[in-house]
Design a protein around this ligand. Structure first.
Ligand code: FAD
Length: 359
């Protein structure tokens, strides 16, 4: 296969770049390793009592002051709603003692997307030419030659394909690219180290979503927000759909990835018990519990991401990565965005930056 620009990765940054290239009439091909588009964006659907709820297992929020996202949502005709925030926040200390009414919902004012964030992915994907997209193909090697770049990809059955192109955009976490892709000739000095040093935002996190037929916490005057020093969930919020049920609470698991491994059932059980302590006995009877551990997805995380992150890293494109293979190889995931690095808005910002360089 031949193309001008090869995009490696079909998350929001890769898809958004594809949309811009298609609009400008540039020949491109996008290769995605997973069997779905969206990368860190994933929405799961749960049916109960004749209603279907949508639950974001990756990102759930975006915020005012993120212009690219706002524009994309408008262009795709999608509906935004505000994070549920009416009522009080509960606090649990290290002994499991609960103190209700410790302030107000911490994510008040955050936006969510009606139908889940995968609507954003589907909306962009539907505008792209299907022939320019490959799913379930992992790029394993990039080889620069006099004629351009040859990209080797492997599908789930081990079948190998080569794509010949002029330029490559790595729209995947730089750390994952450094670990999983072989570059021939070797990249410029310091490049692999620079890629490895960029932590992948939220890659080491796990989310537990507990789903219920009734929003019993709302009925009791709670927002669904809670902070806990005991765990296993550290920060809890309402994760219900914009209207109707099933309803949900979700929390980030406050435990290093290594400790979480092989503990799924125990973790889910402990989370449900914690919600019982924090809100009401009704919390002990979920209709479903979803545990999504991103730290063990090789397309998102490397073993280095198992280290907990205590603050938002300063992202942007390091100098060592700004002119790889004489400009033929570019980085393009959210981690290289200068202003909104790590966020969904950053994925769009990176796509915009790379598009400008390619034109
Ligand atoms: C739990 C969690 C919560 C989050 N919460 C928020 C939030 O509330 N708000 C917010 O703004 N952001 C949040 N984020 C961050 C947000 O998800 C990211 O900013 C955004 O999704 C990054 O998009 P991307 O396209 O740059 O990267 P990714 O989504 O990581 O996409 C990269 C793609 O490359 C593919 N890929 C990897 N290796 C290869 C290969 N070798 N060959 C081919 N394809 C490959 C992957 O499968 C993936 O589809 C959260 C993330 C997580 C995990």
């Amino acid at each position: 296969m031949q193309t001008d620009v090869l995009i490696v990765g079909g998350g929001l940054s890769g898809l958004s770049l594809a949309r811009q290239l298609q609009g400008a009439g540039v020949d491109y091909h996008l290769v995605e390793a997973r069997s779905r588009f969206g990368g860190r964006i994933q929405t799961q659907f749960v049916e109960s009592q004749g209603q279907t709820g949508y639950f974001d297992t990756g990102p759930a929020w975006f915020w005012p002051g993120q212009p690219r996202l706002e524009k994309l949502v408008q262009e795709l005709g999608l509906k935004v709603f505000l994070q549920y925030a009416e009522g009080e926040l509960n606090f649990e200390d290290e002994r499991g003692q609960v103190f209700p009414g410790q302030g107000y919902a911490s994510m008040a004012g955050s936006y969510r997307l009606d139908g889940g964030l995968s609507k954003l992915v589907d909306g962009v994907r539907q505008q792209l030419d299907s022939a320019a997209l490959s799913l379930g193909e992992t790029v394993t090697k990039l080889e620069q030659t006099a004629a351009g770049i040859g990209a080797t990809s492997v599908d789930g059955e081990g079948q190998v394909q080569t794509i010949h192109c002029q330029r490559v955009v790595l729209a995947l976490p730089p750390r994952v690219a450094a670990e999983r892709i072989v570059f021939e000739p070797e990249l410029e000095e310091g490049a692999i180290a620079a890629m490895t040093n960029i932590p992948t935002w939220m890659a080491g996190q796990a989310k537990i979503i507990t789903i219920y037929n009734s929003p019993f916490w709302r009925e009791a005057g709670f927002s669904g927000d809670a902070m806990s020093r005991r765990g296993p969930l550290a920060e809890i919020h309402d994760a219900s759909p914009a209207e109707g049920g099933p309803y949900a609470l979700f929390g980030f698991v406050a435990m290093p990835a290594q400790v979480r491994q092989q503990q799924s059932d125990a973790l889910k059980q402990a989370a449900v018990e914690q919600l019982g302590r924090l809100f009401a006995k009704d919390a002990l009877q979920p209709i479903e519990v979803i545990l999504k551990d991103w730290a063990f997805e090789p397309e998102t995380a490397t073993p280095l991401d198992a280290q907990p992150m205590y603050s938002h890293p300063a992202y942007g494109l390091p100098h060592a990565l700004s002119n790889l293979w004489q400009g033929q190889l570019m980085l393009g995931s959210t981690e290289v965005a200068a202003n909104f690095g790590g966020y969904l808005e950053g994925a769009l910002e990176s796509a915009e930056m790379v598009f400008r360089k390619l034109m």
